[in-house]
Design a protein around this ligand. Structure first.
Ligand SMILES: *[C@@H]1O[C@H](CO)[C@@H](O)[C@H](O)[C@H]1NC(C)=O
Ligand SMILES: *[C@@H]1O[C@H](CO)[C@@H](O)[C@H](O)[C@H]1NC(C)=O
Ligand SMILES: *[C@@H]1O[C@H](CO)[C@@H](O)[C@H](O)[C@H]1NC(C)=O
Ligand SMILES: *[C@@H]1O[C@H](CO)[C@@H](O)[C@H](O)[C@H]1NC(C)=O
Length: 226
């Protein structure tokens, strides 16, 4: 039986937005495609909560998943996203296999004893960077460059070698929100570029990517060392 104070999830959401001035919070998250994602609205547990609802807006198409004490889960998304409870009674939205097309605005509203809270989460998919290494000549010196272009979020670039080096790191944001990271190392005259390895890690990948630097100046070639 429906309780009189809440005919359904949609009506409750509408009612809340006009009657209460809810506390608002803004967050964002970038997630790996193929992995699972758990989104937490608040830290309230079902001891304190009456109701929690997620409105998911993907390119203007909206659906709702909601759960409340004594009510069946309301789900108009029907695409595998589910509400789950932790053992200590917190609620979270579980996306079993995160896809590119799951990126969008996730707005959750939690009603708890006496008040409510609204959280807006901008969810986007990680984008793997294009990686390359090259050897440049600059001011008569050899400079090894390791580049990770167009990654979202920014990749981490580091080096491994048997000699000491100083790193010049630059990170620039592209117009699509991705980042291009370049790390540069000047090679001492006595060493071979073979002894230098660039290591790139990024959220899209399960493991680090390892590249050697070309022995002579070239344009970027990708060479997996392992
Ligand atoms: C999300 O929660 C599930 C349990 O529902 C857990 O198995 C999984 O590891 C969690 N995923 C992440 C990315 O934390
Ligand atoms: C929940 O509490 C933990 C620990 O206090 C905090 O780090 C986390 O940000 C909180 N999460 C939310 C959704 O408020
Ligand atoms: C989570 O716990 C609440 C309170 O016990 C319950 O009403 C709800 O159905 C549970 N949801 C799931 C998905 O287990
Ligand atoms: C790195 O930079 C520091 C400070 O500029 C300098 O003292 C040091 O010699 C440099 N090391 C190498 C290997 O170039």
């Amino acid at each position: 039986m429906e309780s009189p104070w809440v005919p359904n999830a949609v009506c409750l959401l509408l009612a809340l937005s006009v009657t209460w001035d809810s506390a608002q919070e803004y967050r964002s998250g970038i997630y790996r495609v193929g992995g699972s994602v758990n989104l937490t609205c608040t830290n309230y547990t079902w001891n304190e909560m009456l109701f929690t609802a997620w409105e998911i807006n993907i390119n203007g198409i909206k659906c709702i998943i909601a759960d409340g004490i004594g009510k069946n889960t309301h789900d108009t998304c029907m695409d595998g996203k589910v509400l789950q409870n932790t053992t200590n009674g917190k609620s979270y939205l579980h996306i079993p296999h995160f896809k590119d097309t799951d990126g969008g605005m996730y707005t959750c509203e939690t009603v708890y004893q006496g008040s409510n809270k609204k959280v807006h989460i901008t969810v986007s998919a990680a984008v793997s960077p294009q990686i390359s290494t090259r050897l440049d000549f600059r001011d008569g010196k050899r400079e090894a460059v390791c580049s990770a272009a167009g990654g979202k979020p920014a990749a981490s670039v580091s080096w491994r070698s048997t000699w000491n080096y100083n790193v010049t790191l630059s990170s620039t944001e592209n117009s699509d929100g991705s980042f291009t990271v370049e790390s540069k190392v000047i090679l001492p005259e006595t060493v071979s570029a073979d002894n230098l390895i660039c290591i790139v890690t990024q959220l899209s990948w399960r493991r680090e990517h390892i590249m050697r630097v070309p022995p002579a100046p070239t344009s970027g070639t990708y060479q997996e060392a392992l």
